[in-house]
Write a protein that binds this ligand. Sequence first.
Ligand code: SF4
Length: 804
Amino acid sequence: MAVSNSSAPHDHDRVVDVWGPRTPHGRDDRWPSRVDVHLDAGVGPADVQKWVRSACVLCSNGCGCDIAVVDGQMVGIRGRADDLVNKGRLGPKGLYGSTPWASSADRLTTPLIRRDGILVPTDWTTAMDRIVAESQRLLRTKGPLSHGFYTSGQLFAEEYYTLAVIGKAGLGTPHMDGNTRLCTATAAAAFKESFGTDGQPGCYSDIEHCDALFLWGHNMAETQTVLWSRVLDRTHGSEPPVLVCVDPRRTPVAVEALRTGGLHLPVRVGTNLALLNGLLRELFENDLVDHDWVDRHTVGVDDLRKLVDDYPVEKVAAICGLEPDAVRRAARIFGERSAVLSTVLQGFYQSHQATAASVAVNNLHLLRGMIGRPGAGVLQMNGQPTAQNNRECGADGDLPGFRNWDNPDHVRELAELWDVDPMVIPHWADPTHAMQIFGYVADGTINLLWVSATNPAVSMPESARIRSILEKDTCFLVVQDLFLTETAQLADVVLPAAGWGEKTGTFTNASRVVHLSEKAVEPPGQAKPDLDIFLSYAAAMDFRSRSGAPLIGWHTAEEAFDAWRAASAGRPVDYTGLTYDKLRDTSGVAWPVNDTHPDGAARLYSDAVFPSAVDVCETFGHDLLTGAAVTEQEYRALAPDGRAMIKGCVYVPAHEQPSEQFPLLFTTGRTVYQFHTRTKTRRSRPLDAAAPRAWVEMNAEDARDLGITEGDVVVVESPRGRIQVPARIGMITRGSVFAPFHYGSSDADVHEPGGRQGQANELTMTVWDPVSKQPAFKTAACRVRRADPVRPAIEATTAGQSGP
Ligand code: SF4
């Protein structure tokens, strides 16, 4: 077992060597362990008083780890060698970003309440009394639809489930969503449209078995660094898979694909679906379809064949800005390899036609019968660590347990479980998605908005609009977080939350693997676990069941987990066989865990039976172009009955196209060193030093035409706003401009005249995918010029992989 102890003196090695040393191996071999450790400066292994079991929450990979504790403080982290997900590895964010925020001097330690326009410290009783008084007044005067909840992809399953019961059975509001709408809503939607319910079919160990790996809009090297280490261990071993990278940027994934003889398709921003339709057509044209499997296990293939007939390679290549032969080669790789694995992320999910393009990836796999067996599958990914739980537990608007709000039996099951009238559970219309929740706040119909563990003032599109909504005096804003974020600064009441390592709970990664994260230290001051905050509100509101008992009968994280297990019983996302004790006995278990799968299941759909029957499915589906709902009657006529659904959609151009005034396309994404709006990672010195400020990436020819060189400070403007940041030259296709979305107004180095100089969402648009409702961050028209007066060139970032 290799040990990479990143303590001093080589403390910052993994900022430069992001993926760590290689442990190469051949196809079908087990992925070797390699334990990564980081301890704070001055702390040696012998000083650690206890190691506490957890998993990393700084991306969706969910790497198993132990937290080092000395004198009641978190002082480091160590990967778990036997963990199902990471076999001991941790990336730079996990190593350097997991603990420093916890002891940061600016943690929220008391509730705050707004008095005379100013947030002042108060006690919990006063803060909760204020919230409850407002909540009860609104229920009396306007009813439950006056309440909205906007949560996160970073809480625990127990917290989401508790929040879901409060919202759906206590209050009866459909206005519940999370920032998962920005992150992973399309993954869920694509699964539902193709297979009937949400649920990741594949697993990470498919990387060991595949002979081709397609990364669709997924810069895995920077978003899930440990997963990318897993890929690199294949590409450096014998019988490596061929890599195909679909991304407008020359990311490290693209570089590795080219280095190993694979393919980089630098698709024009906003044209993903055109490419997919072309690839699907090539499979049909060259008879690279598993007809027998398709006939037995799918419906809809004939309609798809007709639809994609209109996408010959030359036409697609012209739309997408690609070489026709490159498109043909990609189709051949997909059509001829024996085990193809796909991963999909924000390049697809945050574009227009997000669900249609992601469903098209599922279609490729279905045409080849490449699902449910080792190495052959699809990983529709998440960005955040616990986004999966929000989808499962129902705090994102869906019903808990992947239930169908159009199925009266599913609603009745929940009503019986919670002992409430089915009519209390909002199922008379689609749940309200995040973009619409903010729209209702703008309209003045939502008058209490409760935001937990997220920072929409920076992360939502079109920042100026979101700020104006959050500032409205018609809405009582509650914010629950670790720090006084840009959003918390606008709140009426701020609640100090305990963070990772300061509370206990479970969460599930993008490959359905569940971990228990145990409390390691006490939270600071009066900060409380989010679960305790939700439970206090429920108790103060005195929510009751039909029999008069308290609606929520649990008081601890483990009791909340047991309640969630009961809600999941009999559903595809079945947790009934999973307990805290079982999670302490092993390091990562993949659901379902029940009598059929007592130790979990690596893959779904190994039997090619899909959860698409009318009485099982989570939705009856949608028209992928318009988002119009398919009725139950139409779904019954389709009769999937356990078969997967092959669905197509025509390509249409993005909402905003380049014009004379705004000739370029603006797109946003991540850097390896930061997570979300930097709430945690900016408080890590190595990570902050590696990427301290925002920048934009430009194509070399575009930059030359505009007289811009590396490091020049440039102004980027869209019809909605502007930013002023240094330019980096290279990495991206002609006509496009990339900016990281992490930076907000709290960043000292963007406190320049005009403020928010690096906040990418000043430029983005209020538009969303018609099916998943995920906002389109990837396509906004923009223009770029050198700052006036010309500013001295400055280094855009200081280290690492996000370079030109
Ligand atoms: S890959 Fe993700 S989960 Fe794993 S250590 Fe890095 S940030 Fe944490």
